[in-house]
Design a protein around this ligand. Structure first.
Ligand SMILES: [Zn+2]
Length: 121
């Protein structure tokens, strides 16, 4: 079970992670802005810009997902079952929680989920 000091540490870490992710999302947001069609750029340049915009958009969605997970994690830090794997109910090591605070499953379950996802694709 996580002690109060570990929870405080995690809360701080998650808070910092949220600020960093929000900042990255803001930056991506400006890159994902629609291209000004009145801009006089060549056709190749336009394709390049659209391509970059698309990438920024995908990255932005990933950041927003992460942000939602982090905020969720922050809300659960004080919960009794925070740090308990959602799948197999074993304790997730504090080091892993600190590294990936938004993770709700242990390493083993995560690997199984990824293996399942790979088979689906
Ligand atoms: Zn597990």
């Amino acid at each position: 079970m996580l002690n109060a000091a570990k929870r405080a540490e995690l809360r701080k870490k998650i808070g910092a992670e949220i600020s960093a992710t929000e900042e990255a999302a803001r930056e991506l947001e400006s890159k994902a802005q629609p291209v000004d069609s009145t801009l006089t750029i060549g056709r190749l340049d336009r394709a390049e810009v659209l391509n970059r915009q698309e990438l920024a958009h995908t990255a932005l969605q990933q950041k927003q997902n992460k942000l939602a997970q982090l905020k969720n994690a922050l809300g659960r830090v004080d919960d009794e079952d925070f740090g308990i794997c959602e799948e197999c109910a074993t304790e997730i090591p504090p080091q892993r929680l600190l590294a990936v605070p938004e993770s709700a499953v242990c390493v083993m379950c995560k690997e199984q989920q990824e293996a399942r996802a790979r088979r689906v694709r």
